[in-house]
Design a protein around this ligand. Sequence first.
Ligand SMILES: [Zn+2]
Ligand SMILES: [Zn+2]
Length: 342
Amino acid sequence: MRASVYHDVNDFRVENVETPVIGFGEVLLKLKACGVCGTDIHKAIHKTVNPKTILGHEYAGEIVKVGEGVTKFEIGDRVVGAIHVPCFTCHYCQRQQYTLCPEFKETNIDPGGFTQYIRLSERHVRHLLFIIPDTLSYLHASLAEPVACCIHGQKAANIRPGDNVLIMGAGPIGLIHGQLLKHKGVSNVIISDISAYKLSKAKEFGIDYAVNIKHESLKDVVDKVTNNKGVDTVIISAGVSSLLPEAVQLLRRGGRVICFSPFDKNPEVKIDAGRFFKDEISIVGTYSVSPYEFDEAILHISNGTIDAEKMITHEMTIDQVGEAITFAASPDEEVIKVVIID
Ligand SMILES: [Zn+2]
Ligand SMILES: [Zn+2]
């Protein structure tokens, strides 16, 4: 089968690789759509994965083979799922911190989403595969994983109707957060970015204030919107660690920052730690997704809470994965979500 194989920055090659063979309890999926995620971009550009890796994990596809013992699914089923599965029994899993499970990152789809077929392990099949409703296309269903990640992230903040929430970063993740927050009844959603295009899209998604930090002071907007109180929650959805000190500064007393992005580059920052005790602020991190957010994500896409049509701005093919990653990573391009289709 054909696969787009990562070798280095700007070096993806389409190669012929073995089609995976399935065993007991496993299924073979023919990929129909696989989204390019911010983490794929991060891995490719910052070289956090080994050469010869096949990236891509936001998959939607059709089951074309089922292994012995599979009873939940049959050939022809249209499904979405995730990449990692927790063990459900370790110290972390017992405390519902599934994404911290030591086995979580050991479990993978085989070989990766930017290819034609993937093998899903018995554990994936048992816990992590979800049927796509008939009314939903594969293309739109491929948003299930990032939407589920955002639902998972928002669980870390006790967001209420009437709140004021700031999202730093208007990429796909920031825009999904914005749509979920408006659906939750958040009064004022403020989003910040440096891309005029992404900010104009934010307005189309019903986000109340779109602030271009190249031209406007974010603090002034937050002060005005919240009557100088500060926002209830800040969600950082851009991989820029220097946003954290600013986020801490823009919180109301008792507010919370959700770090929803890798800060591997320059991870050390200075924050006003005096605010923890005096103002009871908190900073929490959130990573990936558990098996318990998918049903809700699929529902939000099929009922239009998430406007998939507007979110997916580009469709490209397996031959164009390298190009797609460079394109999606460029702040100057008019792009939100790129999905690889075959
Ligand atoms: Zn993703
Ligand atoms: Zn576990």
